[in-house]
Design a protein around this ligand. Sequence first.
Ligand SMILES: [Zn+2]
Length: 272
Amino acid sequence: MPTPSTGAGGGALQAGGSGAVTAAVGRGNPKSVGYLTTPPSKWDPCTTIRYRVNLTGAPKGAAADVDTAIARIAAASGLRFQKVGTTSVVPGSKGKDVLDDYPSGTDLVVAFARPNNPAKARRSAYLTGGADTVGVGGAFYDLDTARAGTRSWHRIVQGYVVLDRTKSMPSGFGAGNTTGLIGTWGQVLMHELGHVVGLDHPKISDPAQIMYPATTRKPAVWGAGDLVGLKTVGKPSGCFSSASGAMTALTVPTAQKQPNDAAVRVLPRSGH
Ligand SMILES: [Zn+2]
């Protein structure tokens, strides 16, 4: 799967000597990064995030886009993901801020849904952001903090991505259309997955970042701030010292959705 290519404003940093290491440097401001909670929330990098997809009514190319976006966030964060299959679950069908009943052994569901679907089980409470919301991503985390590496964190126990399948955007990770909605499904997926691993919209307005709160016409590659954030919540941040897995059930009663909703907006193209 492709890994993020280097942005035009950046370049490749090469460490000299044998076995040179190449690190991607994204565009924009490396300080353009935000975290969903204080202290930040993150998955345990020593576990594998097992995901399922709900492709009912999904746009063409969606399956490949999901897998590519997952591969990209895995590459940038060092977090491990594993696809465990499909599901009919639509996150948010039980309401906002309510943990969904995922199939056993599932930590994350990526679903394409239709707003106001008359079938309640297929309707997501997250897709109520209005006509300009194309997707929502987020995570439930343990209210108690836990140590990992040199600091305390909230541990993420479940993640979700819900995309409005009625929106008309091209698949893939390119620049997108020049008319109609701005953006690509790939860009939206990367953005929502950023929320899933604990990132928020940057406090600095920086359209070069994938975590910028609206889609843009940039090709979908992580920006400088995105990369800082993904590293911060990723493998380099260290593992939780206590065992996880069985923790999930225990944490359910105290788990809480991140407080600020995490929708990405699509902007209509005005034609000029
Ligand atoms: Zn967002």
